[in-house]
Design a protein around this ligand. Structure first.
Ligand SMILES: [Zn+2]
Length: 342
């Protein structure tokens, strides 16, 4: 997971990376946010921490995604990365997160680490409604945090949903937070810290992610979705006269809305790409079922970067007050070309 894979949290990623760059890595941290991006952010943070070839491009820092450490963390195969998460009691009190590692890895890889607790339960089996982090998990935490790092670097623990800890597990975690061995980093990740022991809260450095801007998003969607979906359908067919008329409509928006429109197109492309990669349907809402099911498949690993680059350049042109019709027409031709290179 790289910071660039995380949508809508660039400033948070920049801040976390800057802390690592300046050597200010707090040994106990909490990432809070009622957004699917919280766990991906934790994993991107650890990947950046361990990356041996950190990149700084266009004012943003990111891991390289290529070095052995990046690959191992990306595939959740790093021997010093330990994951603890709510797990079902399974009819006995002897199981712990350690017994569900394979399932959890598969779940994270399938959902891009963005799955909810309900989705985790569904992934395990339809009859599972609750799960917890219990004493056995606390014992597991103590055990892994006392291991010598295999790779000689950081000893990393991610606790997903610490609010699902029972009181004795919480007390055990508290002790661990008090005196971790040097080179340890503990990341707690949850929607909110409500119900978490105040003594735990006070011992961790908290970073809050930005909530998804649902209200604004709904307004934006109402305004931009028909314009963009109509535009994409015309790119598909490349009928010049109709395309020019559509571009006129888009250019009739004010400058701020034009920029938001391009950003909306960018988020939609990313959504299409993620849906296709995860094999789940994408709801474009064009009213044309065939288009809704076929179009997302045109956004693949082969053209997503080009498409995002093209949209970024259009945004940049609009920011510099370029002629909107020309900028959007240019964007249309380049997009149409990129879509064919799937
Ligand atoms: Zn790397």
């Amino acid at each position: 997971m790289q910071f660039k894979d995380i949508v809508g949290q660039q400033d948070i990623a920049d801040r976390l990376a800057a802390a690592i760059d300046s050597g200010r890595v707090s040994h106990a941290q909490m990432l809070l946010g009622d957004t699917p991006e919280a766990l991906p952010m934790a994993l991107a943070y650890l990947q950046y921490l361990c990356c041996t070839d950190r990149r700084h491009e266009d004012g943003h820092a990111d891991s390289c995604g290529q070095c052995p450490n990046c690959k191992k963390i990306g595939q959740l195969m790093h021997p010093d990365l330990h994951l603890v998460f709510p797990n079902p009691p399974n009819g006995s009190n002897t199981v712990s997160a350690a017994d569900y590692q394979k399932e959890y890895h598969d779940f994270l890889l399938e959902k891009g680490a963005a799955g909810s607790l309900e989705e985790w339960h569904a992934f395990l089996g339809t009859d599972i409604k609750t799960s917890m982090i219990r004493e056995r998990d606390a014992a597991h935490i103590v055990e892994v945090l006392n291991l010598k790092p295999y790779e000689g670097g950081w000893r990393m623990l991610v606790v997903w949903k610490p609010t699902a800890m029972n009181p004795s597990a919480a007390n055990e975690l508290l002790k661990t937070l008090e005196e971790p061995l040097p080179g340890t980093i503990i990341l707690l990740v949850d929607d909110s810290d409500e119900g978490l022991l105040p003594t735990i809260r006070s011992r961790v450095q908290t970073t809050r992610l930005r909530p998804p801007q649902t209200e604004r998003k709904a307004e934006e969607t109402a305004l931009f979705a028909p314009l963009i979906v109509g535009w994409l359908r015309l790119l598909f067919k490349l009928k010049m006269k109709e395309l020019a008329a559509q571009v006129d409509k888009m250019a009739a928006l004010n400058r701020q809305q034009q920029k938001q429109l391009v950003m909306y197109a960018s988020s939609l492309m990313r959504e299409c790409f993620l849906c296709t990669a995860a094999g789940r349907p994408c709801h474009l809402g064009s009213g044309d079922e065939k288009f809704d099911s076929q179009f997302p498949k045109m956004i693949t690993v082969n053209n997503i970067e080009t498409i995002e680059g093209i949209l970024d350049e259009a945004l940049f042109a609009l920011e510099r007050n370029a002629n909107a019709k020309i900028a959007l027409m240019e964007l249309s031709f380049r997009m149409s070309k990129a879509l064919k290179k799937r």
